[in-house]
Design a protein around this ligand. Structure first.
Ligand SMILES: Nc1ncnc2c1ncn2[C@@H]1O[C@H](COP(=O)(O)OP(=O)(O)OP(=O)(O)O)[C@@H](O)[C@H]1O
Ligand SMILES: [Mg+2]
Length: 219
């Protein structure tokens, strides 16, 4: 499902020069598996996730998703990949502030011009327990509710791969646990592949596999 090999990534800054963040990162993940990537702040976790999401390109190496090396895709194919094959969940939710909960969840379907948008949105709203908040804007929702909207939005396109960057990082312990329960329930019943980046050991422990990113390498 997901296969990285020899992935290097460095950043060039005018004053500090080149910073090597990822150095020959490689791993293999089977479909339907959940993987946690932990590591200290600045170890490159978000950088790694951005590469898998096709938001940035590695300096070297290959990133295969379902057999296709996403590093070789042209801009149009990459846009299709980002829209249909993967979903991201972020620490700070990244919801559209001027759209309601229901509209945020429906957005990926609108972009992909899919059908049965209302029906599918209602179903997801129900699954994340937010039917009664459908018309609320993100500013009128609690943090846990916002993240449930983001989870619903991530699942609505039925992506093969879900990438989550500190999905409970902005939530209190109790709310974080409930949101994690929901995420893992939905991911496991739909047999999705999930990569979670987190400092949170409880969250990491819920994944089938755990890897630690340290000195540019995964262990
Ligand atoms: N666009 C960029 N330009 C320059 N340096 C960058 C850029 N993005 C990330 N870095 C550097 O790469 C390193 C890894 O950053 P990254 O955000 O991947 O860490 P992280 O493991 O996600 O940290 P955290 O746990 O704090 O979120 C850091 O040293 C950071 O300063
Ligand atoms: Mg990060």
């Amino acid at each position: 499902m997901l296969e990285l090999s020899g992935v290097d990534k460095s950043f060039h800054l005018p004053d500090t020069g080149r910073v090597m963040v990822l150095n020959q990162v490689g791993f293999f993940l089977e479909a339907g598996t959940t993987l946690a990537i932990t590591g200290h702040s600045g170890s490159g976790k978000t950088t790694l996730l951005s590469l898998i999401a096709g938001l940035d390109i590695p300096d070297a190496g290959t990133i295969r998703v379902n057999g296709i090396d996403i590093c070789t895709l042209d801009e149009a194919a990459l846009t299709r990949y980002r829209a249909a094959s993967i979903s991201m969940i972020f620490q700070s939710f990244h919801l559209m502030p001027h759209l309601t909960a229901a509209e945020n969840i429906a957005l990926p379907l609108e972009i992909l011009r899919q059908d049965r948008i209302q029906e599918r949105t209602q179903s997801l709203l129900e699954q994340v327990g937010l039917t009664h908040r459908a018309g609320h804007l993100p500013g009128q929702l609690s943090g846990g509710e916002c993240q449930r909207v983001a989870i619903a939005r991530a699942l609505i396109v039925e992506p093969a791969l879900i990438l989550a960057d500190e999905p409970t990082g902005n939530l209190d312990t109790d709310t974080g646990k409930k949101v994690a329960d929901l995420l893992f329930n939905l991911v496991e019943t739909r047999r999705k592949t999930l990569v979670v980046v987190t400092h949170n050991q409880d969250l990491a422990a819920r994944c089938r596999e755990t890897k630690i990113l340290s000195r540019g390498n995964l262990a």
